[in-house]
Design a protein around this ligand. Structure first.
Ligand code: PLP
Length: 386
């Protein structure tokens, strides 16, 4: 058994990056903004839009107030409205389904693959067939989610969606920096939405998000909806419905700094994940990453039948961990009226998943202790079973 590290182990670490980059860089950037006075959508947001589009490899990026805004703005650009069916993963954070519901569309929940935890293309096809048979909704869009940073089966999901006349909006809120068959996250689907919430792979120090697209038309619609549906020619003529969805300039300045260390942080997330992958007892089932893909490891999530017991054991030993997500969205109170399909995999995952500490700043001492403690639990369980 290795010794418990003297410093506390963290599930997320939103602070250490400040000392890596240097707090003075943030303070200087904030001073510049205080001086120029453009606190919303200032020059830093435009610089960030360009740098993010270049990083993702898309023609356009428009930053906005949050990941939820990003999802909603993309759907607004496609004119999603009442009477539309939007197919969405259920094993996700609530926003993936909240966005279509806010626009009056009907969410159709899709089950997950038991190994990747992502939208199961076979169940997507079944759900589409059911909606077609019922005949009362227009097939509009599919929202797959790269859960915990792990890229979805995009080729198959996009093929099925396009064959049925639908667009695909990738919920990449947890996966900025992941790679799907050589393509960077946010560049794979018709449009993509990401979040810069502090715990995300690229996090700011408040709320933030971005929409990625490849057509000028979609990007202009997102930019208009981001400021209440404003006309680009006449700022006092709102030509469509929109929202207050701007990114504040201070968050853009934070992200410009954080972007400079993103690749190093991603490398360190892979380092942590490889140790878990290689050294954790096979008693813990690991989330499968598809061939030729790289997760951004927003979270490292295993699943195991004794999840609740394991969680208590880890916490008693000073190892923070968390259940993401204890309730698939279809089972949550506000979504009861759309809980129309059986989603057995989502249900099972919600009872068995456990997310372990995942930050770029976990060192070998932390990892030795976490892995040994986990493996000790597995050994006890195997002894009992023998
Ligand atoms: C999968 C997923 N979608 C959407 C969101 C919403 O992002 P935000 O909190 O920035 O609105 C999150 C954030 O937690 C998320 O994890």
């Amino acid at each position: 058994m290795s010794n418990k590290p003297a410093k506390p182990i963290m599930l997320f670490d939103c602070k250490t990056a400040q000392s890596i980059i240097g707090q003075d860089k943030f303070l200087n950037a904030f001073q510049t903004i205080l001086n120029h006075g453009a606190y919303c959508q200032g020059p830093e947001t435009r610089e960030l839009d360009e740098k993010l589009a270049a990083y993702a490899g898309t023609k356009y990026c428009s930053t906005c107030g949050s990941g939820t805004d990003a999802l909603t703005l993309a759907l607004m650009a496609w004119n999603v409205q009442p009477g539309d069916a939007v197919f969405v993963s259920s094993f996700t954070f609530v926003s993936s389904a909240e966005a279509p519901v806010l626009l009056g569309a009907t969410p159709i929940f899709v089950d997950s693959d038991p190994e990747t935890y992502n939208m199961d293309p076979k169940d997507l096809q079944r759900a589409i067939d059911e909606v077609k048979k019922a005949g009362n909704l227009k097939l509009k869009a599919v929202i797959p989610v790269d859960i915990f940073g792990n890229p979805c089966e995009y080729d198959e999901i996009i093929r099925i969606a396009h064959a049925n006349g639908m667009k695909v909006l990738s919920d990449s809120c947890q996966s900025f920096g992941s790679v799907y068959k050589g393509k960077t996250s946010c560049s794979i689907a018709d449009m993509s939405a990401t979040s810069f919430y502090p715990t995300k792979p690229l996090g700011c120090y408040g709320d933030g998000g971005a929409v990625f697209s490849n057509t000028n038309e979609e990007n202009e619609l997102v930019k208009s909806c981001r400021v209440h549906g404003m006309s680009p020619e006449d700022h006092y003529d709102n030509v469509r419905l929109g929202m207050t969805g701007r990114l504040n300039t201070f968050q853009a300045a934070v992200l410009l700094q954080k972007l400079t260390i993103l690749n190093q942080e991603l490398k360190d997330r892979f380092r942590v994940a490889s140790r878990y992958d290689n050294e954790l007892n096979p008693y813990f089932r690991k989330q499968r990453v598809l061939d030729n893909c790289k997760s951004a490891y927003a979270l490292y999530t295993i699943n195991c039948d004794d999840r609740d017991e394991l969680m208590t054991y880890l916490k008693d030993n000073g190892i923070p961990c968390g259940v993401y997500y204890p309730r698939p969205v279809n089972t949550q109170t506000a979504y009861a009226k759309w809980n129309t399909r059986k989603l057995p995999v989502c249900e099972k995952l919600s009872k068995t998943v456990l997310s372990l500490p995942m930050t770029p700043y976990l060192d070998n001492e932390d990892l030795d202790y976490i892995i040994n403690t986990m493996n000790e639990f597995a050994a006890k369980k195997s002894q009992k079973a023998a």
